[in-house]
Design a protein around this ligand. Sequence first.
Ligand code: ADE
Ligand code: ZN
Length: 349
Amino acid sequence: MSFPFTVPPVAADRLPGLLRQMPKAELHIHIEGSLEPELIFALARRNGVQLPYASVEELRGAYAFSNLQSFLDIYYAGASVLLTEADFHDMAMAYFARAAQDNVVHTELFFDPQTHTARGVSMDTVINGLHRACVDAQAQFGVSALLIMCFLRHLSEQEAFETLEQAMPYRDKLVGIGLDSGEVGNPPEKFARVFARCRELGFRLVAHAGEEGPPEYVWTALDVLKVERIDHGVQSTKDPLLMQRLAKDRIALTVCPLSNLKLCVFPDLASHNLLQLLEAGLAATVNSDDPAYFGGYLNDNFTQTFAAGPLNAEHAYRLARNSFEASFIEPSARKRHLDRLEAAFETFR
Ligand code: ADE
Ligand code: ZN
């Protein structure tokens, strides 16, 4: 493709089509957050699990959140239907099928093993089910997928070390390590030693920071945990020095607009700071976080965010390009995706 690539101007009415068609990578998706209420009920029936909701409608009706913790309580309850390797496989395949419809060509899945091992489900069941789905996603949908194991930050560092130990037999099936769950009061530095160990072991490192928590948590995720990407990071705009650092070091932020809306981080999408992040030169990306709970998959995040503000084709290109550049794929695959991205934009010239 041409270099430097010039993005064609695209009329506002053609922008949603471009957003849907452009190939993209999703770098911030909790696979347990892709469990739709219908699948929760189907798995509950298959496994004889009793749910505290009478119907799919009643469960979906409970998805009204006031902050991160109000969501996490219901999200961990939903995951209780996952018991067998087939459950983990089926959950991930449902996500891959949906992601392929959105022209997601590469994805990096977060999973929370401690949510499952605490209920007596083995690490073997969790990782083998998800890994088999990643292999099948490539064959069935042409979507490449990598796994990132997250530590729950409301638990102790000792428990994170135990989880890492349990995962060691499967280390070849994991590309990286992340940090999620309730942020405020659980700063990144709580996990300094376990992340240092993961770094020695050669894992790629990411962490949720600056979702609800202060910019200081983004600083310590970078300087203490030494992560390569920040998940969310939207609170960074409160700290000009941090913004400079993120821009200078091209640290990607995996931003999740509909999540931020549903968890009341911003009052509406028009107030979201995605444009501010891009205009400050940050490597922002768009992602769905927990699409079954937040009312939209990846293309919904793109189209609704663009509909709410003055974002244009240049921003769309930047966001999709950032998603490939910030991903943990091989350089040759990255180059192929970037070429296809430019070809998709060419068809709008
Ligand atoms: N786990 C699932 N979704 C999350 C989010 N948005 N923040 C922190 N932990 C999570
Ligand atoms: Zn998340």
